[in-house]
Write a protein that binds this ligand. Structure first.
Ligand code: SF4
Ligand code: SF4
Length: 635
């Protein structure tokens, strides 16, 4: 199997100078073959020390675990725990930002400030906070206290869920009893009910999992809101993406992980003349070159135009170019293998968070009360390592693509307002009604080693764009489309169907770009998926329908993480049919599989479509979009 469809990645894999001892994720994947069939079906359990237990999927061996748990129970428990893991990750991210946000207001973190007062006020009003005749600090303090209260058990629905969806969604969640009243206790409840000898009813477990996914949505939305207020709401920005953004004559520092708290500060200090002079003195004629990987990369791309080097599955390949002087990581999606690969080069891997250390990396604890100094010290480590670079190991591919990023919901509404200032949603709705925009698809999620990198994304998007589907992207999906040149005006001319191209051209010209908007709109990192829900909710409210009726779908064609499972599940609860291109470990239970792919449709409107073939997947999504259009009386 081809390892990647990204020419830059293939070039480095074939030509790197790190020697035979360099092992990548693809080598380790091969070494794992064949992977355990029980695990792939989700029918193994080790939730207690009587196990591990395995159910025979062919009906010839055990049909129950030692405690009596059936395949249905075991599969449901495994899925619920994956969603809890994803939710814990997103909520940890959100809580971290909320803590720094509060410390900023109390004057304890002088390098941070409220950057977007307009967004603060919008979010405050949405959360029911009085803003008239109050100082920014007062409003922000009440908002962040409200945010922090979401983690404890406040006994009422989570504000960041209840105030950001349609009333129809709230009613649906109420009817199913899946309204979380605390982020932390909902995660804990899943762990409780799935431990030895608690919940054995697979449907009841799945309902608990759906509730947890709603808590994940709230945490993601909160993280996005607080980040925008603290660092600014993204607006369109032009940058570049792919490994060709690394430069031989510069100190290259990659920011990798998820959270903007450190990376945003590094992006700021990297333009300080003193540090640039230090880099030049070290021999880097072009000074400093900060690049991004994964969702930290998306955060600094959207707010600072920092180029994106690569995405999750190819993170090691950035080191294999031989010119990465430091890889600075925060948390999530960082393969422990980066430290091992770095041993074959001069790259220093720097961990920064107390919960995310790894053998072989240097730990430089990030101190938010001294953020700028911490960031400068980290950059200086990169400058120091430049001196150890081996020119014989340099292997920089040429490929990089222009990429227009930064399409927050506010930026999209802002662009539409150039067409109709009084009613910005009208041009979008009119074009959906006319069929110029046949539907909308949000691509989210990761890159997996199980398919050639980016293949599913690229094949699906070409087909959907030709059929006039507007594409939104987040996380490593947005990195993929940036690297493959789908975030340019030229891509609209090349790939978009006639109707879609006309709309994107009209909006681009009205916005003064003298060119079409890109056909794939970069909406941010993986926690930013609620930005797409905000747009869908606004459209649904304006039309007087529910989000479960809109011709809007989602796809995670190369999903990997527990976080992706949590996001996919709340997308389904939000009423969006959601495609997965990688089969999740649920096939060992017919009941769970049918619930996820069919029964949920009746309960919440959304459901999972599992289809590894990208062409068939695109056709399935088009069919769903057409059904939804017919349901709304649109041709
Ligand atoms: S909880 Fe039950 S099925 Fe799981 S390992 Fe223990 S005995 Fe086996
Ligand atoms: S999209 Fe997936 S792999 Fe990429 S950063 Fe997000 S969770 Fe990690």
């Amino acid at each position: 199997m081809e390892r990647s469809t990204d020419k830059a990645v293939i070039h480095v894999l074939n030509n790197h100078k790190g020697g035979k001892q360099v092992q990548t994720v693809w080598d380790r994947y091969e070494a794992q073959q064949p992977q355990c069939g029980f695990g792939e079906l989700g029918v193994c359990c080790r939730h207690c020390m009587q196990g591990p237990c395995r159910i025979d999927p062919f009906g010839e061996g055990p049909d129950r675990g030692i405690c009596g748990a059936t395949a249905d129970t075991i599969v449901a428990r495994g899925l619920a725990r994956a969603i809890a893991g994803g939710t814990a990750s997103h909520s940890g991210h959100a809580l971290h930002i909320a803590h720094v946000f509060k410390k900023t207001l109390l004057g304890e973190t002088p390098d941070y400030a409220i950057k977007d007062e307009a967004k603060l006020k919008t979010v405050a009003v949405r959360c029911g906070i009085e803003i008239e005749d109050r100082s920014v600090k007062d409003i922000a303090l009440e908002l962040v206290n409200k945010a922090l209260s979401e983690f404890g058990d406040k006994g009422e629905p989570l504000t960041w869920a209840a105030t950001t969806v349609t009333t129809g969604r709230i009613e649906t969640c109420n009817e199913l009893g899946i309204v979380p009243t605390s982020i932390d206790s909902t995660i804990a409840e899943v762990m409780h009910r799935t431990t030895y000898g608690v919940d054995a009813d697979p449907i009841n477990i799945l309902l608990g999992a759906l509730k947890c996914a709603v808590a994940d949505y709230a945490a993601c939305h909160m993280a996005t809101d607080l980040s925008d207020i603290l660092f600014g709401t993204p607006q369109p920005v032009v940058s570049k993406a792919n490994l060709g953004v690394l430069r031989e004559e510069a100190v290259n520092i990659a920011l990798h992980g998820h959270n903007p708290l450190l990376s945003d500060i590094i992006a700021q200090v990297a333009s300080e003349p003193e540090l640039i002079t230090e880099a030049k003195k070290a021999g880097a004629a072009e000074g400093l070159n900060v690049v991004g990987i994964c969702c930290t990369g998306n955060e600094v791309l959207m707010r600072h135009g920092i180029p994106l080097a690569t995405s999750s599955v190819s993170q090691e390949v950035a080191i294999m170019t031989g010119v990465l002087d430091a890889m600075v990581v925060d948390y999530q999606c960082i393969m422990p293998a980066v430290a091992t690969v770095a041993e074959c080069f001069h790259t220093k891997v720097i961990t920064t968070m107390p919960i995310a250390k790894m053998a072989g990396a240097e730990h430089m604890a990030f101190d938010d009360e001294n953020a700028m100094e911490c960031a400068r010290a980290i950059v200086r480590q990169g400058i120091e390592r430049f001196k150890f670079r081996n020119p014989n190991k340099v292997c920089i591919p040429q490929e990089s693509s222009k990429a227009i990023a930064g399409f927050s919901a506010e930026a999209i509404i802002g662009a539409l307002a150039k067409v109709n200032a009084e009613d910005p949603l009208k041009p979008l709705i009119d074009n959906i009604v006319s069929g110029n925009i046949r539907g909308i698809c949000l691509f989210a999620g990761c890159n997996t080693v199980k398919v050639p990198q980016d293949q599913n994304y690229v094949e699906m998007v070409k087909k959907l764009l030709a059929e006039n589907i507007l594409i939104l992207a987040t996380g490593c999906a947005s990195s993929t489309y940036a690297r493959h040149g789908f975030m340019t005006s030229e891509a609209t001319k090349k790939y978009a169907g006639k109707g879609l191209a006309a709309v994107l051209t009209a909006i681009g010209e009205a916005a003064g770009l003298e060119a079409p908007l890109p056909p794939v709109l970069h909406m941010g990192s993986c926690v930013d998926n609620p930005r797409a829900v905000d747009v869908a909710t606004a459209v649904a409210n304006k039309l007087g329908v529910d989000t479960s009726q809109l011709p809007v779908v989602a796809s995670a064609p190369e999903a990997v993480t527990e976080k992706a499972v949590a996001i996919g599940t709340w997308a389904v609860v939000g009423g969006f049919p959601t495609h997965l291109g990688v089969v999740p470990p649920v096939l060992g239970s017919k009941l769970v599989t049918e619930t996820l792919t069919a029964t949920l449709k009746d309960l919440v409107g959304g459901y999972f479509i599992v289809e590894p073939d990208p062409v068939k997947a695109a056709e399935a999504l088009l069919a769903v979009i057409d059904q939804r259009r017919a349901g709304l009386g649109l041709s």
